[in-house]
Write a protein that binds this ligand. Structure first.
Ligand code: NDP
Ligand SMILES: O=C(O)C1=N[C@H](C(=O)O)C[C@H](O)C1
Length: 279
């Protein structure tokens, strides 16, 4: 990482620089005034290490060399934007906490023990984590909470998500956010109510369950339906992402919003000012 700090700009490190979201974020940061790319991280042994990240992406030089030295790179930045994998994100959370750097986590698929580590890291630095950084999905969570509260258990709730064939976790982070919102609206615990992965002789649907279905295929960016199915009528709330830029823009907004915030765990409802707002 050879980049020199420019006064008055927010220096942002992108982890998983070669990934779908990593590259989208690097392009967005390099085109946005008031922010600068302060580092691009990849895992040790990756082909891109030592190359200029712009050139590695197939464009012009951006003046930032891809590094595997996360400690050094994060220590010289004001924010880390991280769309990688759970094992990597918990390590980055520890390093960002040590450096008191804002950590924006878009990674999904965390196990409960990962979330405990992130919670511990948030005692030292601001962490913004959301399974979906888009404005539309965060609005959809509010709508889901409201509709779930308005329609009683005569309406079965089913969450259907569709993603590209490279996605490794299911249900998606967004589907889980929507499930949490529906459960909150109904005054339930999602752990107790969720029905994931029906197969074979499943028996009848249990009243009050929140069902999840995952579709994987082609290059689908991300689609989510929340279905409220009653007798003789259905209500469907739907979000379709057609461009990953919606996630990148949300993550960059979160990185800037986090500057100067006290340590703690935040989400996109905080960033977008939607916390507690009834949709
Ligand atoms: N919250 C949101 O709005 C969104 C969340 N996501 C989530 O972001 C994550 C990444 O998605 P996407 O960009 O499509 O995935 P990609 O597979 O395209 O990119 C992941 C990147 O992370 C790197 N990585 C993975 N594991 C490690 C590790 N242990 N150490 C260091 N680097 C690692 C990968 O490197 P390598 O190739 O070497 O493995 C790769 O560069 C997923 O969890 C996805 O669900 C995605 C879009 C929006
Ligand atoms: O892996 C993806 O691509 C996406 N992951 C997030 C999720 O798990 O919900 C957000 C978005 O849908 C794209």
């Amino acid at each position: 990482m050879s980049e020199t700090a420019t006064p008055g700009t927010t220096g942002i490190v992108v982890t998983g620089a070669s990934g779908r979201m990593g590259q989208m974020l690097i392009r967005l940061i390099s085109e946005t005034r008031g922010v600068r790319l302060a580092g691009a991280l990849e895992r040790a042994g990756h082909d891109w290490i030592g190359q200029d990240v712009g050139a590695a992406m197939g464009g012009g030089d951006l003046g930032v060399t891809v590094s595997d030295d996360a400690l050094e790179v994060i220590a010289h930045a004001q924010a880390v934007i991280d769309f990688t994998a759970p094992a990597a994100s918990v390590e980055f959370a520890d390093l960002a906490a040590q450096a008191r750097t804002v950590h924006v986590i878009g990674t999904t698929g965390f196990a409960p023990q990962d979330l405990s580590r992130i919670k511990a890291a948030a005692r030292h630095a601001a962490i913004v984590r959301a399974g979906n950084m888009s404005m539309g999905v965060n609005l959809l969570t509010q709508l889901t909470r409201q509709v779930a509260a308005a329609l009683d258990e005569d309406f079965d709730i089913e969450i259907v998500e569709a993603h590209h064939n490279q996605k490794v976790d299911a249900p998606s982070g967004t589907a889980l956010m929507l499930g949490e919102a529906a459960a909150e609206g109904r005054g339930l615990s999602l752990d107790a109510a969720s029905d994931r992965g029906r197969d074979g002789i499943t028996g009848k649907r249990k009243r009050g369950d929140i069902g999840f279905t995952a579709i994987r295929g082609g290059d689908i960016v991300g689609e989510h339906d929340v279905l409220f199915a009653g007798a003789g009528e259905r209500v469907t709330l739907r979000h379709v992402a057609t461009d990953r830029a919606v996630f990148a823009r949300g993550a960059l907004k979160a990185a800037l919003w986090g500057q100067g915030r006290p340590p703690g765990e935040y989400d996109m409802l905080d960033v977008l000012g939607m916390r507690g707002a009834s949709a």
